[in-house]
Design a protein around this ligand. Structure first.
Ligand code: ATP
Ligand code: NI
Length: 325
């Protein structure tokens, strides 16, 4: 399978007046063409930082890519100048941000907001633009007759559809969705997810789905990456990650409440005992060792390598070192 995105040994830090936060500490991750990769982990693990690094939207002067590379269709995104990266954001990679509701402008009609997004990247006649707004609205299941309505006239689920429409209006190859449904109630969540899944097939997009929700992972992801303190600690196909007969990282087992069935409706991550590692003061060795029930001596001073578990399944944990070839 061809990769649309390759992240190689990415290190990102946030420099604040008090601290240096080591947010990403050597991320290696690929997204294949046409697939959905789920990125799962507790709050503060570095999920949004990965998304912002891809789009080069880290807060300037604070968030810094220290080393590593991000390749999109084989070309480094880190080497692009401002004009070039803006073009990538407009044409190739779209993002639905966490807290998406605040990204709509209350004083513009939804039709105008979609038109604005399309117009930024394409020069179309007035009629063409208007037709494209209509078809984009219809794509996400909103009647075109509502294009002159304002955001406050829409329900939460409908607003989220508008946001998806804006993200898709440029026909991106990669969509990054950062917790796109957390603000919605469960029924509407299911509808929006179903819509995203449908659109992904129709438009043949690749997707990076950032989520806390295992139901979402099971439902729409092809591969899953589990992140802890800025490192991917487990990766595999969705079947491998939910396979109880396989061994898993102790953190994954904690999060998943000892690996639920793919078929069972277990939506929320289980809280793992102890506190998330402080990115300004990371522990020696495996970052997870202070919280780990299976901690061994070696875990306290050596960072574990990634270990192949068969198939596409990888775990970064000293427990499985023996399997390495
Ligand atoms: N602008 C910033 N300045 C300083 N530290 C930051 C900044 N943004 C993020 N961080 C820190 O970087 C780490 C990773 O944050 P990030 O937002 O990527 O986590 P996340 O996995 O997306 O969490 P959540 O699930 O809460 O969205 C956290 O420790 C966070 O406090
Ligand atoms: Ni986040």
């Amino acid at each position: 399978m061809e990769n649309i995105l390759e992240i190689k040994d990415l290190h990102v830090q946030y420099q604040t007046s008090e601290d240096t936060n080591y947010a990403l500490n050597g991320i290696d991750l690929n997204i294949q063409k046409g697939e959905t990769l789920g990125l799962v982990g507790e709050t503060g693990a570095g999920k949004t930082t990965i998304a912002l690094s891809i789009l080069r939207l880290l807060q300037s002067g604070v968030g810094q890519i220290k080393s590593g590379d991000i390749l999109f269709e084989g070309k480094s995104l880190l080497e692009l100048n401002d004009t070039e990266i803006r073009k990538v954001r407009g044409d190739k990679i779209s993002m639905i941000f966490q807290d998406p509701m605040s990204s709509l402008n209350p004083v513009l009609t939804v039709g105008d907001q979609i038109a604005e997004a399309i117009d930024l990247h394409r020069s179309l006649s007035k009629q063409e633009l208007s037709d494209m707004v209509d078809s984009t609205l219809e794509l996400v299941g909103i009647p075109k007759s509502r294009k002159n309505d304002y955001p406050h006239q829409f329900s939460g689920g409908m607003k989220q559809r508008v946001i998806i429409a804006i993200a898709l209006s440029t026909n991106p190859e990669l969509l990054i969705a950062d917790e796109p449904t957390t603000a919605l109630d469960v029924t509407i969540q299911a509808q929006v997810l179903h819509l995203m899944e449908e659109l992904k097939q129709k438009l043949n997009m690749s997707m990076l789905m950032i989520t806390h929700d295992l139901g979402i992972v099971a439902q729409i992801c092809d591969h899953v990456a589990i992140i802890y303190a800025g490192k991917i600690i487990e990766y595999g196909t969705v079947y491998e990650i939910f396979d109880k007969s396989r061994e898993h990282h102790p953190y994954t087992k904690g999060l998943f409440g000892s690996i639920p069935d793919l078929t069972v409706e277990t939506r929320r991550l289980t809280p793992v005992k102890g506190l998330m590692a402080d990115p300004a003061d990371l522990p020696e060795g495996c970052y997870f060792h202070p919280r780990c029930d299976e901690c061994m001596e070696i875990c306290k001073n050596k960072v574990p390598d990634s270990c192949g578990m068969g198939g596409e399944h990888y775990v970064r944990c000293h427990l499985f070192k023996e399997r390495q070839v």
